[in-house]
Design a protein. Structure first.
Lengths: 387, 308
């Protein structure tokens, strides 16, 4: 166990810090859930790409830097230290990019990865359907083979980024006789294809960043499917696999929130209860615990290990931490908590963050599903209905 | 930067875990509870494994290991609910004596002839020591009233090793509750198939999983003599206490009425958790130390200060 950074890692940190200090926007961007904010965030993706900081863990051949996971953690720490914006490109970086690298043909890699890395193509995910949320294997949207095309019909929902993104990916039922996890195929589609209707969904905060997608005989070339017909479930599970478990939410994000919470507490210390004070101290502790755990998992993966169901523990931990930190902030803010912008016009980041934090225990597999996975796969408890 | 254990550390831990699983099961705890809380054979076994000399330098006949290794073994002592004063003697007193240059007792400690538990103002009870006897809720702890000063290093070592034992105890209680939930059937299925049970146990698994890296970080910091080590030790004590208390309360609930009996082995671990939760500084004491560092501004915080 060696908890000191090497000189090379320190040099790398200094390099990231210098770049971030020079480039991170001084004023927070408008939320990425509206047109104006989305465009600002895409512009930021292109700025990142101009410094080759867009996809740092990707191999250089695809427009990345080929960084190892410790370097990635350092990058993320500096990113959040500098107050870097949320990533419009997140679906590409952590979900689709690694999936194409693992399952895509050379032609697909060459076609899709470089524009993703340059921030030119922003991707939306299309997993859930009205009848397939936590129970994703209940997917009904169809892809019917017609010559060298698939014809997509059906409906996807809660599709994040889909109101404004360029392309989408999801799984569709290619075998009409199939049930559950079988007969599904992973398909990439241009969101401007004829037959796709995007219906933006207005979210809790009032913005319309995600959407329902209606597919009415949408023709997609067969070469836009990944890993072959019927392999969709396996590809989707790999997409949700070990790196996503580690990389979806890096610890720097929560350590930065905890630090802001400490500053907020100091501003309200004269009126705050001891309970609020303790909640602030615990926020620091939990964010640090999450960081230590991530470093530990990163070291294991770098030594050839994998994480499987342990990713569920991570997801439960960070999502509930994020919610509790923002709840504490809202309690400290008192009358200011309800203001979307302060009297001076500044965005209230705690309100925005609190609302967003409420989605954390729901998206990427609800925490109830994560607790089932933990109980069944890590603790070995019987599956529901099993005797 | 490499937040992993060495192969040697993993092998040593596994060896001790297997040894204790084979020789120090619940039937031993029940026997000790009935026949008297100590059995010299248990102590001899621990001495023969070299554990009393774990932190004694090699040139003095010990194994010359560090605090991370000791914390790993203390976790196993918690997991097996060992009541012999191995942790107090070998992982708290020994490193303190060495740091203070008091080495004349080391040969006797190494040989298992001397057990040393040092009192502290915050923790005046001495395990298996001389003095007025005190009765613990834990039937296997033998306490004597001592009188100690306010040595900070001693406090940190005691708190760190209590945290380590609490982590092992939390794991053990979660395992017992999980095993019980697989066996006990009601409404035609194991109670562990009900989500109401699963989710409670999963929540314990989260708490245990995230207490461990805090413990390892604290042990490494203390071993390296980092100036911020006391904060990290306090963090570990709070995280381990919270995980153990949650596991205890969840485990008794999962056991139902059986959990409230003296017949189920769970109570040995639960009572050890209660005892260690208050030992070497209460949760409130350690929260205050973290508070003073984090809100007081003596510890740099934020994403770029993960290991400061």
């Amino acid at each position: 166990m060696d908890l000191a950074y090497t000189p090379e890692q320190q040099v790398f940190r200094a390099e990231v810090r210098a770049w971030m200090e020079a480039h991170v926007p001084k004023e927070p961007l408008v939320t990425l859930e509206c047109r104006e904010g989305f465009d600002q965030h895409v512009e930021w993706e292109r700025t990142l790409a101009s410094g080759n900081w867009g996809m740092v863990t990707w191999p250089e051949a695809y427009g990345g830097r080929g960084l190892d996971l410790i370097q990635w953690l350092i990058f993320e720490e500096e990113y959040f230290r500098a107050g870097g914006p949320n990533r419009a490109n997140q679906n590409g970086i952590f979900l689709l990019g690694p999936t194409i690298m693992e399952f895509g043909s050379d032609e697909q890699k060459a076609r899709f990865l470089p524009p993703m890395a340059r921030g030119e193509t922003i991707w939306a995910q299309a997993w859930s359907e009205p009848g397939a949320g936590s129970d994703m294997a209940a997917i009904q949207s169809k892809a019917v083979r017609d010559g060298d095309h698939y014809v997509l019909t059906g409906q996807k929902t809660w599709s994040s980024r889909a109101a404004f993104a360029d392309w989408g990916f999801g799984i569709f039922r290619t075998d009409p006789e199939s049930k559950r996890h079988k007969g599904l195929t992973f398909i990439l589609f241009d969101l401007d294809s004829p037959g796709i209707t995007r219906r933006p969904i207005r979210q809790l905060h009032g913005e319309t960043g995600f959407a329902e997608l209606f597919f009415d005989e949408v023709r997609v070339p067969v070469e836009n499917s990944l890993a072959g017909e019927g392999e969709g479930w396996n590809v989707a599970m790999a997409t949700a696999g070990f790196e996503r478990g580690l990389m979806l939410r890096s610890p720097g994000r929560f350590q930065a929130t905890a630090k802001r919470l400490v500053d907020l507490y100091r501003a309200h210390a004269h009126e705050a209860s001891p309970a609020a004070r303790e909640a602030v101290v615990q926020a620091w502790g939990a964010a640090q615990a999450y960081a230590y755990n991530t470093y530990s998992v990163a070291a294991k993966i770098m030594a050839g290990g994998k994480i499987g169901a342990e990713a569920s523990l991570n997801k439960i931990f960070w999502s509930e931490l994020d919610r509790s930190m923002h709840r504490t902030a809202m309690q400290l803010l008192g009358a200011e908590a309800e203001l979307k912008r302060s009297a001076g016009g500044a965005i209230n980041p705690w309100l925005e963050g609190y609302i967003f934090s409420l989605s954390g225990p729901i998206y990427a597999g609800s925490n109830e599903v994560q607790r089932n996975i933990t109980a069944e796969r890590l603790l070995g408890l019987p599956r529901v209905g099993a005797g | 930067m490499d937040f992993r254990f060495s192969e040697d550390q993993l092998t040593l831990t596994e060896t001790v875990r297997d040894y204790l699983a084979g020789t120090h099961g619940p039937e031993v705890l029940r026997r000790l509870d009935t026949e008297g809380a100590r059995d010299p054979a248990i102590w001899t076994g621990l001495v023969e494994m070299g554990l009393t000399g774990l932190l004694i330098p090699e040139e003095q006949g010990g194994l010359g290991f560090g605090l991370v290794d000791a914390a790993l073994i203390a976790v196993e002592c918690g997991r097996a609910c060992v009541a012999e004063p191995l942790v107090d003697t070998a992982f708290v007193a020994v490193p303190w004596l060495i740091s203070r240059g008091v080495t004349e007792d080391l040969p006797a400690i190494l040989a298992g002839e001397k057990q040393v538990a040092l009192p502290h103002a915050i923790n005046p009870w001495i395990a298996d020591g001389e003095g007025e006897a005190l009765e613990s809720v834990d039937p296997l702890r033998r306490l004597a009233l001592g009188s100690g000063g306010e040595d900070d290093l001693l406090l940190d070592l005691g708190a760190l090793m209590s945290a380590a034992q609490l982590v092992g105890i939390a794991d053990a209680m979660l395992a017992q509750a999980t095993d019980y939930a697989k066996l006990r059937t009601q409404f035609g299925q194991p109670i562990g198939a009900f989500q109401a049970i699963k989710h409670q146990l999963a929540t314990c698994a989260v708490a245990n999983e995230f207490a461990k890296p805090v413990l390892w970080r604290a042990a490494a910091s203390q071993g390296e003599g980092l100036a911020s080590a006391p904060v990290h030790v306090s963090h570990a004590k709070v995280a381990a206490t919270d995980a153990a208390m949650l596991a205890a309360e969840t485990a008794i609930q999962v056991h139902g009425a059986m959990g409230y009996t003296y017949e189920v082995d769970l109570h040995f671990w639960m009572k050890r958790a209660w005892a260690l939760a208050g030992a070497w500084g209460s949760r409130a004491f350690h929260m205050r130390r973290i508070d003073e560092a984090v809100l007081g501004g003596t510890l740099p915080i934020g994403p770029d200060h993960t290991f400061d």
